[in-house]
Design a protein around this ligand. Sequence first.
Ligand code: ZN
Length: 201
Amino acid sequence: MIDQHPPPPLGSGTLSGVPVSTSSSEAASAADLAAVAELLGRVPRGVVGIAHRCPCGRPDVVETAPRLPDGTPFPTTYYLVDPFAASAISTLEASGLMRRMQDRLATDLELAAAYAAAHEDYLARRARLGSVEEIEGISAGGMPTRVKCLHALAGHALAAGPGVQPFGDEALELLAADGGWPATCPHGELAGVPPLTDPPA
Ligand SMILES: [Zn+2]
């Protein structure tokens, strides 16, 4: 089981329908959704786009609707769906990195301002997907004043690109410096998951 919080937006249904994207993310193709289902082991619900891809082309961050098809509010718009990525970030979390990050917010005003701006960026991106009253003003990962989930922050950093999500950027830089994901594709080791037959153009 992947140690990731909140739990993924899993469903037990079959892949059906044509997903639409109302944001800057790419629309998810049927091949993308199949790849995500293979990575997660189940079909994700509420996917409206692909926010980031592994170097091999597999989706590693999906953009999820702020309200799932069953009505559940879902604040984690940018969700890491790759088990290698989730595991690498769990290792960083276990190292105590989040506590050190949060401590820095108290003394580094520039960092605190950047983190607050990242919170606003997250809300603005999600607002383009629709308004959900229950999660209004609530972003993800502990923003704007706490650091509670590096998975959510790294997902945001990958979706937004460098310079928007300071702690997500830091986490990704640490992982890249180790040479693994996201610098290189880990999926050569992923037995049972065939290469995508429908790679992105
Ligand atoms: Zn890959």
